[in-house]
Design a protein around this ligand. Structure first.
Ligand code: SF4
Ligand code: SF4
Length: 380
């Protein structure tokens, strides 16, 4: 009779990894070869683990009821906490897989879940205390009950000159350290939908992913044959920013999978809205969770001047002080420090509707869209 250890040896390393991931709480797990996705800068594993041979993609799904309450504006904080906890889960599960591979003698690297970019100079984080200081002085200046000292006034002039022009140079094209979407598609967990999000068979787009890179040569899973995206385009109709063109498409190729997705307008349209700097753009009957609005225009410019407009929004928000300035400070912190190490309750999405509207069934998508357009506007 075989011992338990001998029986374990018969189970392939791929199955052991998948069992471990599921036991730790992953809803989805798959494997792809690192080479299959190395053609794109943001999915080339060599950047994080030179010589990586395989990528393990893991996914966790969001609670549909929590999403519904977020979309209908019944409950904001539950989704913030849900995303925060799921991010921590992905880090923890990824760490377990990394440790398992290292115990087997293979190098492995557990990625961060999001908000880590290749083209962000992290030395810029030194500016964070200065921005915080500037916001405090601006708030003090606006407060009728206090007066700025001479020292405060000098500091305020200095900080405005140093920080506001730099904010107008905010980069609009951030390259992630690693694209979890590419890994998830190549590993057969889903396909790219019209919105550009990964759509899975069981959960729609309501999934968050992480990736573990390893030098172990693992047997890859096949990519998913049929794309679960039903082309309903409710994602496009739920986008206040106006990132997606309704009828024009473009192609993307990930590993052996060719996808047709909505043509993207300038990414600045999403940055303005998803960052929470404004809660309305295309549609006036409803808003995202952001209470802020544009000052001087009804909608974002429809040409490439949108980039400069959005860059200026960062500086303007700081000059306003209060909650708008705090929102920009949080964005700057997320960009330079990442958000993976923050407490779960510190996650503060304001949109994400293109992803969240895309529930597991067509009925769910339709109901979710109805919730969004009937949810009204958030005001300060
Ligand atoms: S909302 Fe509809 S069109 Fe958009 S990704 Fe989901 S299924 Fe595809
Ligand atoms: S997150 Fe919001 S603003 Fe950005 S693309 Fe999706 S729906 Fe549009």
């Amino acid at each position: 009779m075989k011992t338990i250890n001998e029986k374990t040896e018969e189970i392939s390393i791929e199955e052991q990894i998948k069992s471990l991931a599921r036991a730790e709480g992953a809803a989805l797990v798959g494997i792809c070869s690192a080479d299959s996705i190395k053609d794109k800068e943001f999915s080339d594993s060599n950047y994080l683990l030179p010589g990586a041979k395989s990528v393990i993609s893991i996914g966790v799904n969001m609670d549909d009821e929590i999403v519904r309450k977020y979309l209908s504006k019944e409950d904001y904080l539950s989704l913030c906490e849900e995303e925060g906890h799921l991010t921590k889960d992905l880090l923890r599960i990824g760490e377990k897989i990394k440790e398992f591979l290292e115990e087997k003698g293979f190098k492995a690297y557990r990625c961060q879940v999001n908000f880590n970019y290749r083209n962000v100079n992290t030395s810029g984080k030194a500016a964070i205390p200065a921005i915080r200081n500037l916001i405090e002085l601006i708030n003090k200046e606006k407060d009728q009950t206090t007066e700025l000292t001479q020292k405060d006034e000098k500091s305020l002039i200095f900080l405005k000159k140093a920080i506001l022009p730099a904010l107008k140079n905010t980069p609009m094209h951030l390259v992630p350290n690693f694209s979890h979407r590419c890994a998830a598609v190549a590993a057969g967990l889903g396909r790219i939908g019209w919105s550009g999000n990964v759509i899975t068979e069981k959960y729609g787009a309501r999934v968050l992913f992480n990736s573990i890179l390893t030098e172990a040569e693992l047997k890859p899973d096949p990519s998913m044959e049929n794309n679960p995206c039903v082309n309903c385009k409710l994602c496009e109709k739920s986008c206040q920013g106006g990132l997606f063109a309704r009828d024009e498409s473009e192609s993307v190729k990930i590993a052996d999978v060719e996808e047709t997705i909505a043509k993207r307008n300038n990414y600045a349209y999403c940055i303005a809205i998803c960052s929470g700097m404004a809660g309305q753009n295309k549609f006036k009957e409803w808003s995202t969770w952001s209470p802020f609005r544009f000052d001087d225009i009804e909608r974002l410019p429809l040409d490439d001047s949108v980039v400069d407009y959005v860059k200026n929004m960062f500086a303007k928000a700081i000059e306003k002080g209060g909650k708008e300035a705090e929102n920009v400070l949080r964005l700057v912190e997320n960009t330079f420090l990442g958000r993976n190490d923050k407490p779960p309750e510190d996650f503060r999405p304001s949109c994400g509707f293109c992803q969240l509207v895309c529930g597991p069934t067509m009925q769910d998508k339709k109901e979710s869209y109805k919730l969004i357009i009937e949810s009204g506007c958030v005001n300060e």
